[in-house]
Design a protein around this ligand. Structure first.
Ligand SMILES: [Zn+2]
Length: 307
């Protein structure tokens, strides 16, 4: 039987006091870095060891949990890259975690790319990995896509490119496996690609055993040097699958979607007529050049609403 003297009666004042303590604790959790606690002269020089350079690169300060601060580089580019990756999925171009899209900030010399092996359903802006042009990790907790080195070679070769997309989409991959360029049979193709979509030479055993992904990129660039064109923003890598690029990550993903349609239509075309003739150069030029280049007139003029 406990001694009644050891009991202390809980008064209304005790309850109020405990509630006040709890409220303070909650406020502290919600505001991990109160203005009064902020180290003077901290921003934008150094926060938690994160250097000034990253802040200059457009990083955004945010609070995560009590007292934790993180920096995220290139948020808009990260979002564009995430959207491009999800576009490939929503258009049915990607199975499981196959495929990857990236984007580049030419000013900063940084690339944002999908992380390796992360399911698309759970992928977030934070998961997108930032690297430099040598593939060194600049920001991110995850490993970048294993095809990063191929993307980097494409960015180096095509200075106008702002995004790269790689898929194993069914029909384009079938052409890549057959090691046949996709002929331009119609205007759907000509609207996007000025000439056949070419296929690379097969990599040599040494190229495969060495820096495989970089050598894949080198094979793509070598092919386009031989072709002397920058008007076909897509390629079939022999025995592998397509890579596409564009001015933005969104445009690269869009070109990947169009390439798959073009590959499918071309397959049906030769199924109907094995000896089907490619589009005439005149019609091919007409369709490509009305959408691209300095005399393009397809679509709405950018300054139309001002006229
Ligand atoms: Zn692949």
């Amino acid at each position: 039987m406990p001694n009644p003297a050891s009991f202390t009666r809980t008064t209304k004042a005790d309850v109020a006091s405990r509630l006040a303590v709890e409220r303070d604790r909650m406020v502290q959790l919600a505001c991990p870095l109160k203005a009064a606690e902020e180290p003077e002269g901290c921003w934008p020089y150094s926060i938690d060891g994160i250097d000034r350079k990253r802040l200059q690169l457009g990083a955004t300060l945010r609070s995560v949990g009590k007292g934790t601060q993180e920096i995220m580089l290139l948020q808009a580019l990260r979002q564009a890259v995430l959207d491009a990756n999800l576009e490939l999925v929503s258009r049915g171009l990607v199975l499981y975690t196959f495929g990857n899209a990236s984007g580049i900030s030419r000013e900063e010399g940084l690339v944002a790319i999908k992380p390796s092996g992360v399911p698309y359903e759970s992928m977030s802006v934070e998961d997108i990995v930032i690297t430099d042009m040598n593939g060194r990790l600049v920001e991110g907790k995850l490993r970048p896509s294993s095809d990063l080195a191929t993307h980097l070679e494409i960015y180096k070769h095509f200075p106008e490119s702002g995004g790269v997309a790689h898929t194993h989409s069914e029909f384009a991959t079938a052409w890549a496996q057959a090691q046949r360029p996709i002929p331009c049979f119609g205007t759907t193709h000509a609207d996007y690609f000025h000439g056949p979509v070419p296929v690379t030479a097969a990599l040599t055993p040494n190229e495969i055993a060495g820096d495989y992904e970089k050598n894949t990129g080198t094979a793509i660039c070598r092919l386009f040097e031989q072709l002397g064109t920058d008007r076909v923003p897509a390629v079939l890598v022999a025995g592998h699958a397509p890579f596409c690029w564009g001015a933005t990550p969104s445009e690269a993903a869009h070109n990947a979607v169009i390439l798959e349609a073009v590959a499918r239509i071309a397959y049906y075309t030769i199924g109907i007529a094995r000896d089907a003739a490619p589009l005439t150069p005149t019609l091919h030029d007409k369709h490509y050049l009305r959408k691209h280049g300095k005399n393009a007139y397809y679509g709405q003029a950018k300054n139309e609403d001002k006229e």
